[in-house]
Ligand binder design. Structure first.
Ligand SMILES: [Zn+2]
Length: 131
């Protein structure tokens, strides 16, 4: 099933081919990162000038390469958000951790939240759910 990920601000498709292309930055370092469109697949290819020296827990910033909007989630600043469209499916939101080395992704469909990744249920989800 083809999955489209789109910018929540300008709605541009961010995976015109397979991988999702985003701008990633850490402090003054900025580059491109390729991510898998599949929730729970945490493989990525990052510009080494940005990735070099990052420590687990460092908060990187993701931005849309089309409109340059900051993709930080409005629900939880430790996450970045994108729109997720699947053929025949409803419009959902996908949120993934901005912490380097943290594997946590949430797919939000109205009130229904599905978690992916080893770090998605480490006790922080109370905050994430806004409860
Ligand atoms: Zn955009």
């Amino acid at each position: 099933m083809k999955t489209h990920l789109a910018c929540p601000h300008c709605r541009a498709t961010l995976n015109p081919s397979v991988k999702v292309l985003l701008v990633v930055s850490y402090r003054s370092r900025k580059g491109m990162i390729l991510l898998s469109p599949q929730p729970g697949n945490f493989k990525y290819v990052c510009d080494p000038t940005v990735e070099k020296g990052l420590e687990p827990g460092d908060l990187v910033k993701f931005a849309c390469p089309v409109c340059h909007a900051d993709l930080t989630s409005r629900r939880d600043k430790r996450f970045a958000e994108l729109q997720l469209h699947q053929q025949g499916g409803s419009r959902r939101i996908i949120e993934f951790s901005r912490e380097f080395g943290t594997h946590a992704t949430f797919v939000i469909d109205g009130d229904e939240i599905t978690a992916f990744g080893d770090d998605a249920d480490d006790g922080d989800e109370i905050n994430f759910f806004g409860a």
